[in-house]
Structure formats: structure tokens, C-alpha cells
Design a protein around this ligand. Structure first.
Ligand SMILES: [Zn+2]
Ligand SMILES: [Zn+2]
Length: 63
């Protein structure tokens, strides 16, 4: 995908997903160059939510 702010072209996996710093949850991919929040396509959001759910399971594991 291409950053709408600086025009830098990067792969979805290259960008920062689920940064945890965006209000209401991060549903975008941050440009690795300028950190601009690029909106995701609907299909991508679904796959990323799965990834985030997996991460949450790790985080929520009881001690
Ligand atoms: Zn950028
Ligand atoms: Zn974010």
C-alpha cells in the first residue's frame, strides 16, 4: 500500500498495526516512514482483528 501522507510505498506487514496508541483502538496501518495512520480496506481489517485477538490472548494469560 501507499502512504497517503508522504507517498512512501510499503507492504501491510511492514507498517505498524495495532499500535495501541490510537483512540478507540488502532484499526489502521501506520506508515513505517512518517507514522501516518493509513486506513485499512475492509478485508484487511478482518484479518488484522484476528491477529490482535491472538495477541490479546497472550497478554491476558493469567500468571
Ligand atoms: Zn508516510
Ligand atoms: Zn495506531
Amino acid at each position: 500500500m501507499k502512504c497517503a501522507f508522504c507517498g512512501y510505498e510499503y507492504d501491510e506487514s511492514e507498517g505498524k498495526q495495532g499500535c495501541g496508541g490510537c483512540p478507540g483502538g488502532c484499526h489502521s496501518i501506520h506508515c513505517p516512514r512518517c507514522n501516518y495512520k493509513n486506513p485499512l480496506e475492509a478485508g484487511l481489517i478482518k484479518s488484522i482483528k484476528k491477529i490482535i485477538a491472538k495477541k490479546d490472548q497472550h497478554k491476558g494469560a493469567p500468571k
